[in-house]
Design a protein around this ligand. Structure first.
Ligand SMILES: *Cc1c(COP(=O)(O)O)cnc(C)c1O
Length: 369
């Protein structure tokens, strides 16, 4: 790859020597998957790090979404947000349920709780919000509505690794939260993911479901799937967990530099930290007001690209705009004006632990000039 390219992200990698040493142990043990020692250890360490009672590891971040809906026996309609990665809505579709989109709150990019009640029908059984860019949803307002109508809440927390509100892990909200450990995320296991649950009974059931439903050698308790994480990636995950705090702090410093430089730029806005929140700086979205900035979002995106700076337009297009979902009543643009506005103005700037001062300055110069 061109050395002068500044990519939007870069994977957090453990030292190759450390990883090789762990691989040697795995080779010697000849136990390479199916709830091995590394798998058990990573689940334990993640639960402690994330301040949650139970974690179940998965092979990616999409299968825990699918499995959460299965485990809670969700049917009918699920209220969700169009401002996310497609996997959120796909998981609803794969469960034979109908996604119902509601608009976002432009202050956070997250599902607007005030829009949920109007979208509830007698067929609604669950709400699936997303902590977009790792910014915490209004979990209390969402839970109040869920309790009032008897709905389950499943958070797609793929962006929210390590995020805390007033010292509490955000993953404790709702009935279940899911994580992605894909290479592009703050914390990665190459491919990988997890589900967070509150009680041992659910943890046990999920562990069955991710292993074909097997509850013993000869007993199958449900139509499970295979979404187990192997020992190699579990070992890699244990090593990366030791590095993730420093990586988040490095990202924080990048965010500080970006904010300092961009605050004075007319027509460019961004999110500031929220009070009481430990952020993970997983993304740094900016929003371009074409009139004030004097250039459209796509023009700025192209200019960055021409200088080897690869931003990403997360999340454009909206999920509701993809051909698969466009036909849904709730996908009508009139129903989602705020989400459209955000999707049409966003660029995620390069954000990762390995950006040099020079890289950051190049990004800033490109936008400020
Ligand atoms: C990355 C991501 C997923 C999917 O995770 P994979 O590990 O790639 O399967 C799901 N939802 C959101 C919001 C994501 O960003």
């Amino acid at each position: 790859m061109d050395k002068n390219l500044i990519t939007v992200t870069s994977p957090l990698l453990p030292s190759l020597d450390d990883f090789t040493a762990e691989l040697k142990k795995i080779w010697e043990s000849k136990w390479i998957t199916n709830n091995g020692d590394y798998h058990k250890e990573l689940e334990k360490e993640l639960a402690a790090y994330l301040k949650v009672p139970f974690v179940s590891l998965f092979t990616n971040g999409t299968l825990p979404l699918l499995t959460a809906l299965q485990a809670l026996r969700i049917t009918g309609e699920v209220i969700t947000t169009p401002y996310s990665f497609v996997a959120t809505t796909h998981s609803i579709w794969w469960n034979g349920c109908k996604p119902v989109f509601v608009d976002i709150d432009p202050a956070t990019g997250n599902m607007d709780p005030a829009k949920i009640e109007a979208a509830i029908t007698p067929r609604t059984t669950a709400i699936m919000p997303v902590h977009v860019y790792g910014k915490p949803c209004d979990t209390k307002a969402i839970q109040d509505i869920a309790d009032k109508y008897g709905l389950k809440v499943i958070y797609d927390a793929a962006h929210a690794f390590g995020v805390e509100v007033d010292g509490e892990g955000i993953l404790n909200a709702g009935d279940i939260s899911t994580l992605s450990f894909h290479a592009t995320k703050v914390y990665n296991t190459i491919e990988g993911g997890a589900m967070v649950m509150h009680d041992e009974k659910t943890k046990k059931r999920i562990d069955y479901l991710k292993n074909f439903g097997f509850a013993g050698e000869t007993e199958v308790v449900g139509p499970g799937i295979n979404s187990k994480m192997d020992e190699m990636r579990s070992a890699y995950g244990i090593l990366n967990l030791r590095l993730v705090d420093a990586a988040i702090e490095a990202r924080h410093q990048v965010a500080i530099r970006y904010r300092e430089a961009l605050r004075q730029v007319e027509g460019i806005t961004f999110f500031d930290d929220m009070p009481g929140v430990r952020h993970n700086y997983s993304y740094f979205p900016i929003f371009v007001d074409a009139e004030k900035y004097g250039m459209t979002r796509d023009e700025l995106y192209a200019k960055m690209k021409s200088r080897g700076i690869l931003g990403r337009r997360y999340f454009y297009p909206l999920i509701s705009e993809f051909s698969t979902y466009r036909g849904l009543e709730s996908a009508a643009p009139e129903n989602l004006p705020k989400a459209h506005k955000m999707a049409d103005s966003v660029i995620c700037l390069p954000m990762h632990h390995g950006l040099s001062d020079e890289d950051i300055q190049r990004v800033i110069d490109c936008i400020v000039e």
